[in-house]
Design a protein around this ligand. Structure first.
Ligand code: SAH
Length: 219
């Protein structure tokens, strides 16, 4: 497969700049997060037939009944993890899908781990990240509800699929002072930011969202 990373009209700086302007209008203010999103060519991560829509602020189908996250939601989640100017540090993404969000995270920190339960999607993520020469993301085929014990603890964890409650393994693998963001709920979902402070966890509720469910096991 020959993935073209630049050269299309739709990938023009102007199209991408418009997406960043829309994110600002929607309330994203963290300049580092905006720059990270501007730096990742999203069209590389979507199916070629949908490439012309890559810079619209919408979720798009990835195959396997999964979707690539909406840029606003990616920005909002990462911004919440970085609030107060804190670095992402060692970060774990659950639900790598096609690798888009992992690529954005890799713009912001050196250590990115990403777990995906559907093997062919993980293979796609690998190809996509290679196509944009992003080699520092460490990908693993596994059930992300169990976290990634071999690389724990993590300063930040970002979950791209909705659970009814916080998976205990993820809470355990969060470093002291660490932050996790995840969608909670089923038919109605809301982003929850969880901060580990000593023995306590402080939970803050943010935007209403719509994610695919966090499933069990691998395929
Ligand atoms: N982060 C992706 C979004 C992928 S959609 C992006 O940047 O666009 C959510 C992904 O979570 C799907 O690929 C789905 O297969 C995956 N997923 C669901 N449950 C999971 C689990 N228990 N472990 C790992 N991945 C999971």
């Amino acid at each position: 497969m020959n993935r073209v990373v630049s050269g299309f009209g739709m990938t023009s700086q102007r199209t991408r700049a418009r997406m960043i302007e829309r994110l600002r209008e929607q309330g994203i203010v963290d300049e580092d997060v905006l720059a990270a999103i501007a730096a990742v060519p999203r069209h590389v991560f979507v199916e070629e037939a949908l490439a012309s829509r890559a810079y619209e602020d919408t979720a798009l189908p990835l195959g396997f009944s999964q979707t690539i996250s909406q840029p606003y939601v990616v920005a909002k989640m990462i911004e919440a993890l970085c609030a107060g100017g804190r670095p992402l540090g060692k970060t774990l993404e659950i639900g790598a899908g096609c690798g888009y969000q992992a690529a954005v995270l890799a713009q912001l920190t050196e250590q990115v781990y990403a777990v995906e339960r559907i093997a062919p999607l993980l293979a796609k993520a690998k190809l996509n990240l290679r196509a944009i020469k992003q080699l520092k993301v460490r990908l693993k085929h596994a059930d992300g509800r169990l976290g990634l014990p071999e690389a724990a603890p993590f300063d930040t964890i970002i979950v791209a699929a909705a659970a009814l409650r916080v998976p205990p393994a993820l809470l355990q693998q969060l470093a002291a002072g660490g932050r996790m963001i995840l969608p909670l709920g089923a038919a109605t979902q809301q982003l929850a930011l969880i901060e580990k402070r000593g023995e306590d966890c402080v939970e803050t509720r943010l935007d209403a969202v719509r994610f695919v469910p966090l499933l069990t096991g691998v395929e």
